[in-house]
Design a protein around this ligand. Structure first.
Ligand code: NOJ
Ligand code: MG
Length: 545
């Protein structure tokens, strides 16, 4: 070849390589390939017999998480706290509550997790502190206090409501003003319009990043900035007695303000200074608003949260048509290069096994672990743990206490992890802080480890398959027409996933030469599929094409 032609082709190849590597989103990061597992520390494993789970307890169960095959654990708050909202009322952002252990215990947990290739994500609670945080004690001391403006003080309240019921403003007689709290009165909101607050809180992130944590789940990220004029929220015409205060309506002036994206960008920029850290945002908003939190800038670069939590599955009606629609909608709305994610449960929402029933919970697990995007698994869901009825005298959750008997309580989904048939399910040698599920003698890790068809076995198989198959981690998602109870899709042209969401047998035409690699019932492997796929009631199948 003529030299100039060779140079031309070399340059072209180089240019093509450059274009591909810079424009193709890097879909190889651990938080894109991996699976996040949420640990509610109070309820995971108690090492010292006080009935409350702790960090040493979590460390003692890392082998379990490694065997399960997850990549990261997210710890709900472990900071010093009066525990009015079980740690979501932080009194010191850079410490560990003695109930959970010490900073040294956290370091040991980080080290032990990292040694196993597991990442650790902390819960960052920036919207509010505890009313016992030294900042708030100062702020409320006098109107002239330098930290007065670190919180939100007003002479008169507006109509904003607390997410836990009742007004969001509490009068403080000492200085004759009201302070704002989107949650409990013991959780005053910080004023993120004050640059000192921003600096102090970024300092908190830096503190943990330097210690080696791999990322943050940011509590109520969409709440950080409120309307600067404190305009009243519009009344909700659909509200009825007993509903959440903001049921079916976004309180447009008290959250999701445009300036919040500047704050998210600041956090992201800080994380970008460290290798491979992840920023996950807790955001309950409709999809069009949610995807704004990826923070697309005018150049099309993503400067916001890596993973604005996608909570669609938490409340979706459990039928094929609805699920297909919301998956399509989400995939359509994702900005260029944005990485998706999916959640089936968390410490605030009903357990999936209770919501859809035990048979469909297996189908849900297959859905979660075969969709395109990072899955977050809530502790105990891998066993099929269910909501547990808590008698009124044992209620712990402040939400339930403020709005009693209306099903707002979150205790039912926070009961201790069920490890074995030992007393207290092997969770504690003391009295558990919250009663165990009555099924703990039969539904637990030990029993399910010995049952090759258990829910735990299903999770291990699904996770192992996902880990082994790049197509399931990062392969394209393509929906296949969905009809009568069957939700079916392709992953990277390699796998077909077919989920029967109903209780009748269903059939699905199939391209030739498919092999069933996994059934939710764990009894069909390496079965030639033929031209028609037979789905039993409540069965999900993964077929290799
Ligand atoms: C969301 C958390 O998930 C929830 O548990 C908490 O009560 C509120 N934020 C307030 O921090
Ligand atoms: Mg303990």
């Amino acid at each position: 070849m003529h030299t100039s032609a060779r140079r031309y082709y070399t340059n072209l190849a180089y240019l093509t390589f450059w274009i591909i590597t810079t424009l193709t989103p890097n879909s190889d990061l651990w938080w894109q390939r991996g699976i996040v597992y949420q640990v509610y520390p109070r309820s995971f494993m108690d090492s010292d017999g006080d009935g409350v789970g702790d960090l040493a307890g979590v460390r003692s169960r890392l082998d379990y998480l490694q065997e399960l095959g997850v990549d990261a654990l997210w710890l709900s708050p472990i900071y010093p706290s009066p525990m009015k909202d079980f740690g979501y009322d932080v009194a010191d952002y850079t410490g560990v509550d003695p109930l959970f252990g010490t900073l040294a215990d956290l370091d040991r947990l980080l080290e032990a997790a990292h040694a196993r290739g597991l990442r650790v994500i902390l819960d960052f609670v920036p919207n509010h502190t505890s009313d016992q945080h030294p900042w708030f004690l100062e702020s409320r001391a006098s109107r002239a206090n330098p930290k007065r403006d670190w919180y939100i003080w007003r002479d008169a309240p507006n109509n904003w409501l607390s997410n836990f019921g009742g007004p969001a403003w509490t009068f403080d007689a000492r200085t004759g003003q009201y302070y704002y709290h989107a949650f409990l009165p013991e959780q005053p909101d910080l004023n993120w319009r004050n640059p000192e607050v921003v600096e102090a809180m970024l300092g908190v992130l830096r503190f943990w990043l330097e210690r080696g944590v791999d990322g943050f789940r940011v509590d109520v990220l969409w709440h950080l900035i409120k309307d600067e004029h404190f305009a009243d929220n519009p009344a909700n015409p659909d509200w009825r007695e007993g509903m959440d205060p903001y049921h079916a309506l976004i309180p447009v002036h008290s959250c999701d303000r445009p300036e919040v994206h500047d704050v998210v960008r600041r956090m992201r920029k800080l994380l970008d200074g460290y290798p491979e850290r992840v920023l996950i945002g807790e955001i309950y908003l409709p999809l069009e608003r949610l995807v704004q939190y990826y923070g697309v800038d005018p150049h099309g670069d993503l400067r916001g949260a890596h993973l604005p939590f996608n909570f669609q599955l938490l409340s979706a009606p459990w039928d094929a048509a609805h699920l297909a629609k919301l998956i399509a909608e989400y995939e359509r709305l994702l900005p260029q290069g944005a990485w998706p994610n999916w959640v089936l449960g968390n410490h605030d929402r009903p357990r999936i096994a209770s919501r859809v029933g035990p048979a469909q919970a297996r189908v849900a697990a297959m859905l979660l672990l075969t969709l395109r995007g990072t899955p977050t698994l809530y502790y105990g869901d891998e066993l099929g743990m269910r909501n547990v009825d808590i008698p009124p005298g044992e209620v712990q959750d402040p939400f339930e206490r403020r709005v009693p008997g209306r099903g707002h309580g979150r205790d039912p989904v926070r009961t201790p992890m069920q490890w074995s048939a030992a007393p207290n399910a092997g969770f504690t040698s003391g009295k558990p802080w919250l009663r165990l599920s009555p099924d703990h003698r039969t539904t637990n890790v030990e029993v399910q480890d010995h049952d090759p068809r258990s829910m735990l076995a299903l999770h291990k198989r699904l996770i192992a398959l996902r880990r082994a198959e790049p197509a399931l981690q990062t392969g394209a998602f393509e929906s296949i027409s969905t009809s009568s109870d069957v939700l079916a899709y392709l992953r990277g042209k390699t796998f077909l996933v077919a989920l029967n969401l109903g209780s009748r047998p269903r059939r699905l035409p199939l391209p030739p030469n498919g092999t069933v690699v996994l059934s939710t019932q764990l009894d069909r492997t390496n079965e030639r599929a033929g031209n028609i796929l037979e789905l039993r009631p409540d069965e999900g199948l993964i077929v290799r094409l």
